[in-house]
Write a protein that binds this ligand. Structure first.
Ligand code: FAD
Length: 385
């Protein structure tokens, strides 16, 4: 155990996966430094659903209760006919709790990020470094040296790439391999609840899948906000990033033919609150680890959002990376234990999300949610590592 007890870990990327990893490692006695390219380490104010599998990890990390108090429990997931609004399927939080033990939360991303970051900073106030964009790395028998775009460098025993979908660490390790446009554009908006039409508010969470298009709405922040996501097939548009401004007119136009109350919801989006981006997809990798460098979250298994599991997977990865370090006798063994425990699940969910994306936008096919696929049964605290 001596090697691990003194192991110093560099995490590249201070998003949800990076923070969960830092916290899991710190709680098991490891020294961690997180390097983030942004000027300020924070998350955008969009929504994310956090399901039982990830909540088990958040409980282990000691932050689930705080997150629950800031979030909205999803009372009933409604699947509705896209054009008429007729409820085709309703799954209540009691159904979910009965089947998987813990309800799903509608979470404001910035709240999830801040509860993780506050816990990380409480353990070590000096471990986060903003304006530190990864450029390259070199590794030898005793450690890894990372070079940053700003000219600085840092050395550690291990490096973890948690730098998201367009990961520079991944491109450095596997230069041949590149993300590709998934043929889908996403729109996102947050709408104050008092602007939401009554029939939409009453249903709470609505998933409407029409030909080539998909709308999802659910409450956040104790029901004060409605999160609205729209996904549309497209052969042409490719830009990525969460912050490209769009207009409610182009959002509405993409969802022409959807039920009138959902179109009213789009019409009521406050000015400046519509963003769009092109979804990226990548083929699963044969390996995630090269020497002393590994990856997690979207860097390791970028997935389209059709099962709502990308952030949940990043949290699971982070928890298990900490567990792997705590139970191994060498760094090589820890990284192996991590990859063996996580790669099959990461790859499976990545491919299932892709398949669900195709199913969802073809009304003749039957959808299989994360719960239908048994993804919420997974317990990252108890699985063998
Ligand atoms: C429309 C949509 C809806 C979604 N809904 C859900 C949902 O309901 N539930 C769910 O679980 N998931 C959902 N997801 C997926 C989820 O958002 C991602 O899977 C999750 O954010 C991945 O976390 P991450 O930490 O791996 O990456 P990110 O959140 O992308 O974080 C990466 C971090 O690395 C930093 N970085 C990047 N490059 C560098 C560099 N070179 N050097 C240093 N730092 C760098 C970035 O600035 C960022 O802070 C959704 C995704 C989309 C697109």
């Amino acid at each position: 155990m001596t090697e691990q007890v003194n192991a110093k870990v560099i995490v590249i990327g201070g998003g949800i996966g990076g923070m969960a990893t830092a916290l899991s490692l710190q709680r098991r006695g490891f020294r961690v430094h997180v390097y983030e390219r942004a000027k300020e380490i924070r998350e955008v104010g969009a929504g994310v659903v956090i399901t039982a599998n990830a909540r088990r990890a958040l409980r282990d990390l000691g932050v689930d209760e705080k997150l629950e108090a800031l979030s909205s429990t999803i009372d009933i997931f409604h699947t509705c006919h896209y054009a008429t609004g007729e409820v085709l399927r309703a799954v209540s939080k009691e159904d979910i709790s009965r089947k998987v033990g813990i309800a799903s939360l509608g979470v404001y991303r910035a709240d999830l990020h801040s509860v993780l970051m506050e816990a990380v900073l409480a353990n070590d106030p000096d471990c986060l470094h903003a304006q530190s964009e990864f450029a390259s790395l070199t590794q030898d028998a005793t450690g890894v040296t990372v070079q940053f775009v700003n000219g600085a460098s840092a050395r550690a025993d291990v490096v973890v790439g948690a730098d998201g979908n367009a990961s520079a660490v991944r491109s450095f390790l596997f230069p041949e391999e590149a993300p590709k446009f998934a043929g889908q554009i996403a729109f996102r908006s947050l709408i104050p609840m008092d602007l939401v039409p009554d029939s939409v508010r009453a249903r709470g969470s609505i998933m409407s899948a029409g030909p080539g298009r998909y709308l999802l709405s659910y409450p956040l922040r104790g029901g004060r906000l409605m999160n609205l996501i729209g996904l549309v097939q497209s052969g042409t548009w490719e830009e990525e990033g969460w912050t490209t401004p769009a207009t409610k007119e182009e959002f509405a136009q993409a969802f022409e033919g959807f039920e009138p109350d959902l179109l009213t919801l789009i019409d009521r989006i406050p000015k400046g609150e519509v963003f769009k981006w092109g979804l990226r997809d990548r083929e699963p990798l044969q390996q995630w680890t090269v020497g002393r460098v590994t990856m997690l979250g979207d860097a390791a298994h970028p997935m389209t959002p059709f099962l709502g599991q990308g952030a949940c997977m990043a949290i699971e990865d982070g928890l298990i990376l900490g567990r792997a370090f705590a139970s191994a006798s060498t760094i090589t063994e820890a990284l192996q234990r991590y990859e063996v425990a996580r790669k099959p699940r990461g790859t499976m969910v990545q491919l299932a999300s892709r398949e669900e994306g195709q199913t969802l936008q073809d009304p003749s096919k039957k959808r299989r949610t994360a719960q239908d696929r048994g993804l919420m049964d997974y317990d990252p605290v108890a699985v063998p590592v």
